[in-house]
Design a protein around this ligand. Structure first.
Ligand code: PLP
Length: 383
């Protein structure tokens, strides 16, 4: 079956009792056992360990990512944290993309380092740099591609070949493209991570996360952390995410088409110094963008002539584009990573990896492209 069919039907079936077409919200802490000897006969005991509504979403996401199974979490950060906890012990080392969501960097440097885990933040766009950074005690390679916010790409196949040869799991944060456009596990990675807050939900309604594992063994070790730490997704969030996921492909296609139109407009505007969108010929990793994903997504960034003050003026002047954190929603969101999403990355580290002060990030939504362009044009006129 094709992706659009699977995003609607995979993992769910009409309710056996009532025939309700939508998976019920199983808002219940506990599940009654028929007898002591038949404990877990129906698969459920307590909602921290497993909940039928959450399981329906987990099964759907596992199928969409071509994985063995999936675990869902309270947030995307909780999903990333589960991967770190399942794979790393004190004294271990992890290689992490030098450009990634600021919260990932914060989790590694401000929390896991305290527990004696060592990190190298590496330019994972270079498979050679990844190989060189791997040490005797490396137990995880974590990449984010396209990376938030610079959109730097990692060659998933090349990095996975290196990690496979060394027996190290390769986890990919696939939030920006979703399995509709990019399937890390098919390219050789072991884990595909999502902030479901973004495109799976798509409507700015929930925060959530997911980890799809390629093998039973990896899934089991992560599911153990999910239950032991209790960072689970709630049934209500799972239910909303189930509904959002049914339209993922349609939203991704339309939002990506809008992003291309906006990127082309910005590229031709005299007050815009630089535009970065993987679908543009001018994107430095355009060939890799084409070869490892079937679409370019709906994230882009640009710099306005005049640097930070000009960028701020633009972000304060737009009316249809909304100044807010988050991405992937039907609403177009404009963000200043240096003050918002990446504020906890030290200035020197930001400069080193190209998160410049004037970088304006745009998550292009589902509005009419002409209206978005008119809004940006009016704001650029004020700069
Ligand atoms: N991964 C990426 C690429 C993100 O952009 C974000 C949040 O912006 C996260 C993970 C964290 O997700 P959440 O905010 O749901 O915890």
């Amino acid at each position: 079956m094709g992706f659009s069919t699977k995003q609607i039907h995979a993992g769910v079936e009409p309710d056996a009792e009532s025939g309700a077409i939508l998976t019920p919200i199983h808002q219940s802490t506990t599940f009654v056992q028929p007898s002591v000897d038949e404990y877990l006969a129906k698969g459920y005991s307590y909602s921290r360990s497993a909940n039928p509504t959450v399981r329906a979403l987990e099964k759907k996401l596992a199928i969409l990512e071509d994985g063995y199974d999936c675990t869902c979490y309270a947030t995307g950060m909780a999903a990333i944290q589960a991967v770190l906890q399942a794979t790393l012990n004190a004294g271990d080392h992890a290689v992490v993309s030098d450009v990634a969501y600021g919260g990932t960097y914060r989790l590694c440097t401000k929390i896991y380092r305290r527990y004696g885990v060592e990190f190298s933040f590496v330019n994972t766009a270079s498979p050679e740099a990844v190989e060189m950074a791997i040490k005797e005690n490396t137990r995880l390679v974590f990449t984010e591609t396209p990376a938030n916010p610079t959109l730097k790409l990692t060659d998933i196949e090349a990095v996975s070949a290196i990690t496979r040869a060394k027996g190290i799991p390769h986890a990919v944060d696939n939030t920006f493209l979703t399995p509709f456009y990019q399937k890390p596990l098919d390219l050789g990675a072991d884990l595909s991570i999502h902030s479901t807050t973004k495109y799976f939900d798509g409507h700015n309604a929930t925060v959530g996360g997911a980890v799809v594992a390629k093998t039973e063994q990896l899934d089991e070790s992560i599911r153990f952390v999910q239950n032991a730490t209790g960072v689970i997704m709630s049934p209500m969030v799972a239910w909303l995410t189930l509904q959002g996921t049914k339209t993922l492909s349609v939203r991704m296609e339309r939002q990506s088409a809008n992003a291309r139109a906006v990127a082309e407009f910005l590229e031709g505007h005299p007050k815009v110094e630089r535009v970065s969108y993987p679908g543009l010929d001018s994107f430095d990793q355009h060939d890799l963008a084409k070869s490892q994903a079937s679409g370019f997504g709906a994230m882009l960034w640009f710099e306005v002539e005049g640097g930070l003050p000009a960028g701020k003026r633009l972000m304060d002047s737009v009316e249809l584009c909304t100044l807010a954190e988050n991405l992937g929603s039907v609403e177009t969101l404009i963000t200043h990573p240096v003050t918002m999403t990446h504020a906890d990355v030290e200035e020197a580290e930001r400069q080193r990896v190209g998160i410049t002060d004037g970088l304006v990030r745009l998550s292009v939504g589902l509005e009419d492209a002409e209206d978005l362009i008119a809004d940006l044009k009016a704001a650029l006129d004020k700069v």
